[in-house]
Ligand binder design. Structure first.
Ligand SMILES: *Cc1c(COP(=O)(O)O)cnc(C)c1O
Length: 375
């Protein structure tokens, strides 16, 4: 018998696997009640109706392979962002783009740098290449850019910055990123993960903040990859479409490393339609802002400290292990995300801001399980 354990590299043995938020089906089987998923930051208003129609229309052709270069969507994204198409690459969700970046630039003996309490995909894609991930302590629950600069060495190839940060919802403003990039050595690529870009942009307009100069960096061909996704505000997490924008020569290397036919024809059709449905995105953003205000106020009134959010979720510290609370919430039909394991905050949970009705149901369930604990 072959002992595969002896064949796989040491770093694969210690690799944590990605544990996704619980599916509605699994939670309902466990708890025996109808469940609402507020665990994975998806759009609570569903997909754009235009995207659903586009998928219908594309269905008769799914016997054919998709366009491996995703030409139509790439061209459209280049137009929308006013950059050359050579600076755009579309992937099966932006987490796949993270993987391609790591496989292209990292390997044993090299490292990447990020913050503690950030996105759990960064350690996975980094360590899968045999490289090391350095995680610096947080500053006010967010990125400490000076500490990141301090951790960078000659073996560093990548810095991951989630802006806003998943799971804490904190933001770095454009001036802070400008200063950071001016100081970062040129052998390091900054991955600017803007999965929640439209939410942050919406809040920034409301609150008067200069949020991001990311497209400026792309136009100047700075060593920066800006990642965006159709999984959040566009409501297409299930069909897996994301993209990155950055220096043309680097995109050329990524194109060699990407799997063929990775974006499906249905995904491309849906994304093109969702991109044109601004009304659907806007509706979600306005409801999200109202929901953030409402939930922040109500949770604070309940004595639960909430980090002010720039995104579509709230990070809540409950002061004790939050595992029990999350299980009891699930028994009341609400799935939230416990921040245990690789997330690194077992005393916290993250809740996605839902529709107004879902937010009310979440609060009612939370009040119920908390009063039961107090008795
Ligand atoms: C949701 C999310 C993504 C996007 O994931 P997809 O693979 O595009 O679905 C990327 N980065 C962060 C920080 C996220 O929270």
């Amino acid at each position: 018998m072959t002992d595969f354990g002896k064949l796989v590299p040491a770093w694969v043995h210690t690799l944590p696997s990605y544990k996704p938020g619980k599916s509605v089906r699994q939670a309902e089987l466990e708890s025996g009640v109808h469940c609402i998923k507020m665990a994975s930051n998806e759009n609570p208003f569903g997909p754009s109706p235009l995207a659903m129609a586009a998928i219908q229309e594309a269905l008769p052709n799914i016997n054919y392979y998709p366009d491996s270069s995703v030409t139509e969507l790439t061209t459209r994204l280049a137009e929308v962002h006013d950059i050359p198409p050579e600076q755009v690459m579309v992937t099966a969700g932006s987490t796949t783009f993270l993987e391609i970046i790591a496989r292209t630039l990292l390997g044993p003996g090299l490292n990447a740098v990020t913050s503690q309490l950030s996105f759990i995909v960064y350690p996975i894609v980094t360590r899968a290449t045999g490289a090391q991930l350095i995680e610096v302590p947080t500053l006010k629950n967010g990125f400490d850019l000076d500490r990141i600069l301090g951790a960078v060495d000659v073996f560093t190839r990548v810095v991951y910055i989630s802006n806003p940060n998943n799971p804490t919802g904190t933001v770095l403003d454009a001036a802070a990123m400008d200063r950071f990039l001016d100081q970062l050595p040129l052998h390091v690529l900054t991955v600017l993960d803007e999965a929640y870009w439209d939410y942050a942009n919406y809040f920034a307009a409301e609150r008067g903040l200069d949020y991001s100069h990311s497209l400026g960096y792309v136009r100047q061909q700075r060593p920066v990859m800006v990642l965006r996704t159709f999984s959040k505000s566009h409501g297409l997490a299930g069909v897996r479409v994301g993209y990155g924008m950055g220096p043309a020569d680097l995109i050329g290397y990524f194109a060699r490393m990407k799997p063929a036919f990775m974006v499906s024809s249905l995904g491309e059709a849906a994304a093109l339609a969702a991109l044109a449905d601004e009304a659907h995105v806007k509706k979600g953003l306005a409801a999200n802002s109202a929901g953030a205000k409402f939930l922040t106020k109500e949770l604070s009134a309940m004595g639960i400290p909430v980090e002010p959010t720039w995104s579509n979720f709230l990070f809540c510290r409950v002061g004790e292990d939050a595992g029990n609370l999350c299980r009891r919430l699930q028994d009341e039909g609400i799935i939230v995300r416990h921040m245990s394991g690789s997330w690194g905050a077992p005393d916290a949970f993250r809740v996605t801001i839902g529709t107004p009705e879902q937010n009310e149901q979440f609060l009612a369930a939370l009040k119920k399980v908390r009063s039961r604990v107090a008795v």
